[in-house]
Design a protein around this ligand. Structure first.
Ligand SMILES: Nc1ncnc2c1ncn2[C@@H]1O[C@H](COP(=O)(O)OP(=O)(O)OP(=O)(O)O)[C@@H](O)[C@H]1O
Ligand SMILES: [Mg+2]
Length: 223
């Protein structure tokens, strides 16, 4: 079953004096439930833009983004925000942790007013990403890899059906990289989550079900 679909999506940004840069050109993509999708492409090819379009953070200039057959823009701004917080977990390239909060508080943030069992769930995720000893440190007191693992746990706290990960292992040593990858693959295989992952690493891409590469704004199949 497909959960997320892009249909002929184009995205251009204004820059300079009345000029525009087209980053995505008629991109179509189907993300199946329980499926893993790798996106690669050179720096500046539009990978982060594509993830932002998939997750409704950036609205395309043209084309459709649909979730279970319905446009994510059909129910206005409030509907879009609700969908994003319930269905989508973002692991950003630059972590985006709140500097005043501890790792544990950051992980709990998206769940704050929703789940009664959030604290127990956060503790479980902290364990899974190997942050037990650092859970009460603030981001400035964490290494890059530890911040990355906190950001991964935060993305999973609401049990999202769609997980979008921008180079989630980019800052991790081989052991932690493998643990994070195994966690994401497990979420797809055992919990039917859809995972879209941006990676430069061909060995990581090979472990995903579907592989694409962004070249000149177009999405090409990458074997
Ligand atoms: N808000 C924006 N306004 C103008 N141009 C933008 C904007 N966001 C992205 N771009 C441009 O779009 C292109 C693609 O950017 P994007 O961040 O998607 O690339 P990327 O593939 O993720 O690169 P990297 O591997 O370095 O993270 C770049 O040339 C960038 O300058
Ligand atoms: Mg990027």
């Amino acid at each position: 079953m497909k959960v997320l679909e892009l249909n002929n999506v184009s995205k251009s940004f204004p820059f300079g004096h009345g000029r525009r840069i087209e980053v995505l050109t008629k991109v179509s993509l189907t993300v199946p439930a329980a499926g893993t999708v790798a996106i690669s492409g050179s720096s500046g090819s539009g990978k982060t833009t594509l993830l932002n379009v998939i997750g409704g953070l950036v609205q395309p200039t043209d084309g459709e983004v649909s979730w279970r057959g319905k446009s994510i823009y059909a129910d206005g701004r409030a509907g879009l925000t609700r969908w994003r917080s319930e269905a989508v977990g973002f692991i950003f390239q630059a972590y985006h942790l709140m500097p005043e909060l501890s790792a544990r508080e950051n992980i709990l943030l998206p769940a704050a007013f929703r789940r009664r069992d959030a604290a127990a769930l956060a503790a479980e995720l902290i364990e899974q990403v190997g942050l037990r000893e650092r859970a009460d440190h603030r981001p400035a007191e964490l290494s890059g890899g530890e911040q990355q693992r906190a950001a991964i746990a935060r993305a999973l706290i609401n049990d999202p059906a769609l997980i979008l990960a921008d180079e989630p292992t980019g800052n991790l040593d081989p052991a932690n990289s493998e643990a994070v990858l195994a966690l994401l693959l497990d979420l797809a295989r055992k919990k039917n989550k859809a995972v879209v992952l941006v990676t430069h690493d061909a060995a990581i891409a090979q472990r995903m079900d579907l592989r694409y590469r962004l070249v000149g704004g177009k999405l090409e199949t990458n074997l």
